[in-house]
Every structure is written in C-alpha cells, then in structure tokens.
Design a protein around this ligand. Structure first.
Ligand code: AMP
Length: 438
C-alpha cells in the first residue's frame, strides 16, 4: 500500500493528533451491545498515546436529523411517514431535538474507551464548541478526548470548510482509521485534508489492514481467485459484478440476485426476487464472462417456498427444484444441495476467495443452509487460501455461525469494501499522504 500510516510518523510526543474513528456501535437504552468497532480502533489509539501524542478522537453515531442547525434532513423512513400523512416534518424535528442528543450521544463510547485505556480518555459534550476546545487545550501527552457525535452538525456531511477548520482546531496531524466511512466524502473523512487544513494525513492500523488484505487480493490475487456474490438485488451490485468479473477466475452468484441471471438465461423464476430492468445487464455479464474465458456460476438447484416468511423466522415448508424448473407459483429462497456442493468444491480448489452477500434468506434457519455451506467452505480452507468477507450481512452471518476466526479477514465496512470491490478509489483513503510524498 502506498499510503502513509501512523507507523511512518516520527516524534509524536506532544503533538496534537485528530483521529477519525468509526464508533458507530449498536446501542440499546444507552448500553453498547457490540463493541467490535471500539476494539478495532484500539491499536491505533494505544500506539498514539504510548508515543506521547495528545489525541482528539471523533466519530459519527447513527443518522441524526442534524438537529443543531437550520437545515434539517428527514431520513427515508420519516419521509414516507410524512408522505403518508401519518405525521408532519415539524413533529419529527421536535422529537429529534428532544431524543437524539440522548440517544445518539457518544458518551457511552467515551466511558468504555476510558475503561479500556486505563483512564486516559475524557468526553467533550460538543464537537467544536467551548467544551471541546477546553478539553483539547487541557490534554497532556498520552491523553485523549472523544468529541460528541460529528453528525449533530449538518456541516459534517456537507463538507463545510469553516466546520473543517474548527474541527481541526489545534491538530497538526490527521489519522483516518474509520474504514466503515472511508467511502464517504465528509468533513471529517476527507475534506479536512482536501482543503489543506491539516497537511500531514495518514491511515491508522485498521484501515492499513483492510487495504493490505483487500486491495492486495484484488490487485494481485493468488489464483484461482473465486468471488462469491449474493444478497438481495442485482441493481445494488452492478459495478461490483462487472469489476470482479475482470479480476477473478470464477464468479459465483447466489441469493436474490441469482434469479435475474436465471431469467436472463430464459428460465422461469416463479415469484422469486426479480430485477426486470437488469435482465439485459445480466445477459451482458454472461457474454462478458464467456468472451474473457471466465467462469460465471449460477445455482443449479433452488430451495423454493410458497411465500416469503412472515415473521422472518416462520417455520416454513420448503422444496428443492432444479433452477430451470422453478414452478410459476414458487419463490426461490436459497441455493439447493447440489449448488452448495458445487460452490464448496470451487472454494476448496481456490487460492483466494472474496465473499459479499448471503446465498439465501439466511435470517430464517430453514433458509440459511446455503449461506452456512459457503461459510463452512471458507472455514475448511483456512490457512491454505486467502479468504475475505466484505462486511455487511455475510460478515454478520459468519460471526453468528461462529466461523469468524476461520477466515483471513472480515471487513469492518460493508459499503466501503463493496466500493473497493467495484474498483473505486475511496475518498477517505485517496486524501491521505502517499508514502513517497514525505
Ligand atoms: P444485501 O444487503 O444486498 O447483501 O442483501 C441481504 C439480504 O438479501 C438479506 O436480508 C437476505 O434475506 C436477502 N436475500 C438473500 N437471498 C434472497 C432471496 N432468494 N430472496 C429474497 N431475499 C434474499
């Protein structure tokens, strides 16, 4: 990787360093329910503290309505409610003003960090206000302050230059370690460096590791290189499919997106998830694969049901049918047994595998067999093959199934890793200093 990392910095003692972390942890009633992201950020923070830096940590949490500004955004869910006449914008704003500072505060994260880092972390109750400045000024070498939720300011997402300057405050070094938001171009993720406000900009250990494993595998994979894509819709992963087809030797398709491919082959897909508008695109991809001598595998058999489970864990009756014989009144919900074996065999003979998206409606135990089979196949080649899970649902599935320590790398950023798989340059990484530039 040609970007500088914290390890490349010298003489950190007494330096003011601003670190963008991803502390967007799941919380219930003010209690952190999964602290993976906090743990993931610790190596970089510890390194800086041990080197005697004065560290200001910042992060977003959830999606507030930018409550401290005149510009209030409604999220999709709220907009739907307003459109349906269930509520009004004013009611939503009033409620947000009351609830969000309590619900989306980073205070519990600061408390936990302080426990994990031996009492070296304090919390600032604002981002660029009096408290933040006073606490940043008062830092001694080897101490840290966590600022309040960046997204309490609409300026964060709008890359406001004045906000960037205030956020930088006394920092002379910027460290980005928030891989989960590296695909976003916001004030704290990229603009603060792009505007030239902080000149020394490097990545932390978490981003370094994500890039080392993922970018390296995409650029110089050990072959055979197998890419497995699943999940709901073809439309969400158009560029991923196309880019991976160029890089890999075999592209395996599963999940809801498989039915648009099967339809493109001229098969009946019953009531399965179908992206009518993307049938042409799927045909194109099949031609692209054939022309370039790549293997594009689709399910050969399919687990079908009468309906989508409701509730999601409903005990549901299933049947397995060949993928070219899905009855008109049935819905494809998972890959069948023959496909599971076919896909597992491909993984068994691979030297690199990347995986994004479940093979079926894995939230339902009866429909999770395909996803489990792929997770198991990856676990079986552990140590012999580079295996990468690109965040999101497949990462959750692997964790739930207990295979997390049997894969080379589980990405901490679903959206960010998908953009890497698309071949995009992530703004939060592009803005950092190149190794040769310093
Ligand atoms: P994504 O966010 O695109 O990775 O999609 C994940 C979602 O795809 C999960 O919630 C799965 O339940 C869903 N999914 C996977 N297979 C199917 C399928 N055959 N039909 C409908 N949804 C599916």
């Amino acid at each position: 990787m040609n970007k500088m990392s914290v390890k490349d910095l010298k003489d950190l003692k007494g330096k003011n360093v601003l670190v963008r972390c991803d502390f967007n942890v799941p919380m219930k009633d003010g209690v952190i329910t999964d602290e993976n992201r906090i743990q993931g950020a610790l190596p970089t923070i510890k390194y800086l503290l041990d080197a005697g830096a004065r560290v200001t940590l910042c992060s977003h949490m959830g999606k507030p309505h930018s409550i401290f500004s005149a510009e209030v955004k409604l999220n999709k869910k709220d907009l739907k409610k307003v459109d349906a006449g269930e509520t009004t914008k004013e009611v939503i704003i009033e409620k947000a003003k009351k609830d969000e500072p309590k619900k989306l505060t980073l205070a519990p994260v600061a408390k936990r960090l302080n426990e994990l880092l031996g009492g070296k972390v304090v919390f600032a109750t604002d981002v660029i206000g009096k408290d933040a400045k006073a606490k940043r000024d008062a830092l001694k070498n080897g101490e840290a302050v966590l600022l309040e939720n960046l997204r309490f300011h609409w300026e964060e997402e709008k890359k406001d230059e004045g906000f960037c300057k205030e956020l930088a405050y006394n920092a002379e070094i910027y460290v980005n370690d928030a891989f989960g938001t590296a695909h976003r171009s916001h004030a704290s993720t990229a603009a603060i460096v792009e505007y030239g406000i902080i000149k020394t900009a490097v990545c932390g250990f978490l981003i370094e590791k994500e890039l080392e494993v993922m970018a390296d595998t995409l650029e110089n994979p050990k072959r055979p290189f197998v890419a497995i894509l699943g999940g709901a819709k073809v439309a969400d992963k158009l560029n991923v499919i196309s880019n991976l087809l160029e890089k890999c030797d075999t592209l395996i398709i599963g999940g809801g997106m498989a039915y648009t491919f099967l339809k493109a082959k001229g098969y009946e897909v019953g009531t399965s998830l179908l992206d009518e508008e993307k049938i042409g695109y799927c045909k194109e991809m099949m031609v692209k694969a054939e022309k370039s001598g790549k293997e594009l595998l689709l399910p050969i058999d399919t687990v079908v049901t009468d309906h989508f489970p409701e509730p999601i864990d409903e005990k549901i009756v299933v049947k397995t049918v060949p993928s070219n014989k899905i009855p008109a009144d049935k819905m494809g919900m998972d890959i069948g047994e023959k496909t599971r074996k076919l896909y597992a065999d491909k993984v068994a003979s691979a030297k690199s595998v990347i995986w994004n998206g479940p093979m079926g409606v894995f939230e339902n135990p009866t429909l999770a067999k395909g996803t489990i089979a792929v997770a198991q196949a990856l676990a079986d080649v552990y140590g012999k093959c580079t295996t990468i899970i690109g965040g999101g649902d497949s990462a959750a599935a692997v964790q739930q199934l207990g295979f997390a320590d049997k894969v080379t790398h589980i990405s901490t950023g679903g959206g960010a890793s998908l953009e890497l798989f698309e071949g995009k340059v992530l703004p939060g990484i592009a803005c950092l200093n190149d190794k040769r530039s310093v």
